[in-house]
Design a protein around this ligand. Structure first.
Ligand code: ZN
Length: 319
């Protein structure tokens, strides 16, 4: 892992000015319009080293973007991890104690355990509870096409199609290690109108990731009527007006690591399509991991090959 060299094109923004906020929760600010409307939230730094989200939110603050209706919350999740960011060791600051995005089950949030991330999740929870539409800004280890993670529910898939970018929408159940914020509460309940999306904007430290994160955010805010096009057009990047034909990848399973020694047979980066069913893609100790069907898509193979974590997810194009 340590021999991989990363090209860090992005610099972490100074977010100290946003610490006080106005919600009583550090690094969370809510703007309220006089017109009624939904509570829309854009959150970044769920993983402390995924700085494209912080760059996007910093841009919205600097441009004084305000909601035309309802509420707009801008927030930074795992600031403690982000503040450890060091461009010489960029993979080190994903979290302090544990993954903030595996804690979003009531039993975990209400439970007896404690960690830096659980403390932060508990403080954030009342705000997340009040959000109608959430966009959670992320980036990936490998430089592949951006992916919108829409979960399993049709409402999220429909919102991803309304946004119109990026090209790839991934429908997935998340991770065995625990639920993500985007799956929490009403977001994961088909009977609730609350809807969440998670964008994997590109490789963690490539400039392109911050452009994608920003354009997806602007399209999200426009789609929900929180802002008008003219309010945000000046912030738009290469994808601001893009309308690619969108494709959906349905994730059928996650390969969860069961042993102490997991390896892939090739240096996969993600979005490879393995033509033949039964092809060996990795070994979990003595267990061969084989593709379950023809034209199997590998999604976000991990470099953190640790027991209990997701090694890779498997899916197929459905349209
Ligand atoms: Zn992430």
């Amino acid at each position: 892992m340590s021999d991989i060299k990363y090209n860090v094109e992005l610099a972490p923004p100074d977010i100290s000015a946003y610490r006080a906020g106005n919600t009583g929760v550090d690094y969370v600010t809510t703007f309220t319009a006089s017109e009624p409307g939904p509570h829309v939230a854009v959150l970044g730094l769920t993983h402390g080293n995924e700085i494209c989200g912080a760059i996007t939110i910093d841009k919205l603050f600097r441009a004084n973007i305000r909601p035309r209706r309802g509420k707009l919350t801008l927030g930074f999740n795992n600031v403690a991890a982000f503040l450890e960011f060091d461009a010489r060791y960029p993979i080190a600051s994903r979290y302090i104690d544990e993954d903030f995005n595996r804690l979003w089950a009531p039993a975990t949030l209400d439970g007896p355990r404690s960690s830096a991330e659980l403390q932060r999740a508990r403080v954030m929870r009342p705000i997340v509870d009040s959000v109608d539409y959430l966009l959670d800004l992320h980036s990936m280890q490998h430089a592949t096409a951006p992916l919108m993670l829409a979960g399993l529910l049709e409402k999220s898939r429909a919102l991803a199609r309304q946004l119109g970018i990026p090209e790839l929408i991934m429908c997935d159940a998340g991770h065995a290690a625990g639920p993500r914020m985007r799956d929490y509460g009403g977001f994961g309940d088909p009977a609730s109108p609350k809807t969440a999306l998670l964008i994997e904007a590109g490789q963690h430290w490539e400039k392109r990731a911050s452009e994608v994160a920003t354009d997806v955010t602007l399209r999200f805010l426009m789609t929900l009527g929180t802002v008008l096009r003219d309010d945000v057009a000046a912030l738009g990047g290469p994808d601001f007006d893009a309308h690619p034909p969108q494709k959906v990848i349905e994730v059928t399973e996650a390969v969860t690591i069961t042993g102490n020694r997991f390896e892939f047979v090739e240096p996969y980066i993600g979005l490879e399509v393995i033509a033949k069913r039964g092809s060996v893609i990795g070994r979990d100790g003595d267990i061969e991991i084989r593709t379950p069907y023809d034209n199997c898509v590998l999604i976000m193979p991990s470099r953190r090959l640790v027991r209990g974590q997701t090694a890779v997810r498997l899916g197929r194009y459905v349209g």
